[in-house]
Design a protein around this ligand. Structure first.
Ligand SMILES: Cc1cc2nc3c(=O)[nH]c(=O)nc-3n(C[C@H](O)[C@H](O)[C@H](O)COP(=O)(O)OP(=O)(O)OC[C@H]3O[C@@H](n4cnc5c(N)ncnc54)[C@H](O)[C@@H]3O)c2cc1C
Length: 305
């Protein structure tokens, strides 16, 4: 990939283009090598300029808050795009509609809805990702998912075409959708229900305590590593893992990559795990769950390489 022409791009809104940029600090695992090209795009105008110049010459990966992504130790031979400033706004529209930029954190959107007495966004207070990542993953917990609040998504494709997609056109699945991977979500429009602020706050507090009790906090993780195999068994994936392997034994095998004692579907980097350690651990768990139960686990986390 020739990069000379990209170096000369002039942006209008202080967007930055870096080369050989370190990725390890941009994700919750704190794992990963460098990326050939890194774009920190502050506005749609700058993003469009980049996409036009880039002209689909290599792979692009859009990074949100990095709470569901495992990068490789090797250099990412493409472009990582992270959306900045102008994608971080939230506004209240009429009829309990909220429009949120895709780099806005889920918990900020949840708080905004609460302040404006809008119910339905409480679950977002428990998800550490961004709105863009939430749309891509159809993230959810405690019985609610993005699909329950999305009205439409605004996006730009890798060719620079801006489009609005109505939720009725989206097939939301368990932690995925049918939308093309060649889309960068710019913002989402969401709908809730008018309610009382105190009631909403109470619900948020309840969900947060529930989460605190069941999942590890303040660790380097990407949350649930594997999806619950809902079509194959009623058991949760953590139950399958527990009955298939000796967790204490396995936690001595893959360097600093371990299974959390509190929730064994959460893989954690206790210190300096590499991507290779993490992937070896993932494969070990997968193989052993398959051997014991006949169930093939599917990854929930995204491998970016
Ligand atoms: C402690 C912890 C708890 C968690 N709990 C939950 C939970 O309860 N429920 C749940 O569903 N998830 C949970 N997760 C996983 C994660 O927070 C969600 O999947 C979240 O939606 C990911 O958002 P992100 O911005 O961090 O995405 P990233 O990790 O940055 O990216 C994930 C995917 O989204 C894509 N993406 C990100 N932004 C955009 C964009 N603007 N346009 C296009 N594509 C984009 C990326 O390319 C990638 O494919 C948890 C993670 C952690 C670390």
């Amino acid at each position: 990939m020739k990069l000379d022409d990209l170096e000369k791009i002039e942006f209008y809104d202080n967007s930055r283009l870096n080369f050989d940029h370190d990725l390890s600090r941009l994700n919750w695992f704190n794992i990963g090598g460098k990326t050939k090209i890194f774009l920190y795009a502050n506005s749609l105008k700058d993003l469009s300029i980049f996409l036009n110049k880039f002209n689909n010459r290599g792979k692009i990966f859009v990074l949100g808050a990095g709470s569901n992504t495992l990068f490789d130790d090797e250099t990412f031979e493409g472009t990582i795009i992270k959306l900045g400033k102008n994608f971080n706004n939230i506004s209240l529209l009429k009829d309990n509609l909220i429009i949120s930029g895709s780099s806005c954190l889920d918990r900020k959107l949840s708080e905004f809805a609460m302040i404006n007495h809008i119910e339905g966004f409480e679950f977002l207070s428990c998800i550490p990702g961004s709105v863009g990542g939430g749309i891509r993953m159809n993230a959810g917990c405690y019985g609610r998912e993005f699909k329950d609040i999305i009205v439409s998504v605004q996006a730009i494709d890798f060719k620079g075409r801006v489009l609005t997609i109505s939720s009725s056109e989206i097939n939301f699945k368990y932690r995925s959708t049918n939308l093309s991977e060649n889309l960068i979500y710019l913002s989402g429009t969401f709908k809730g229900k008018l309610s009382k602020k105190e009631k909403i706050k109470k619900k948020i507090d309840e969900l947060k305590s529930k989460k605190e009790i069941s999942q590890p906090l303040k660790v380097k993780t990407s949350g649930s590593t594997f999806k619950n195999p809902i079509n194959q068994t009623n058991k949760k994936v953590w139950e399958l893992i527990r009955e298939s392997i000796d967790i204490n034994q396995v936690n001595k095998m893959f360097g600093d990559a371990k299974l959390s004692d509190k929730h064994c579907n959460f893989l954690i980097n206790t210190q300096k795990a590499s991507s290779k350690d993490m992937k070896n651990l993932i494969n070990f768990v997968k193989e052993n769950v398959y051997k014991k139960t006949g169930i093939k686990l599917e990854l929930e986390i995204i491998l970016a390489s």
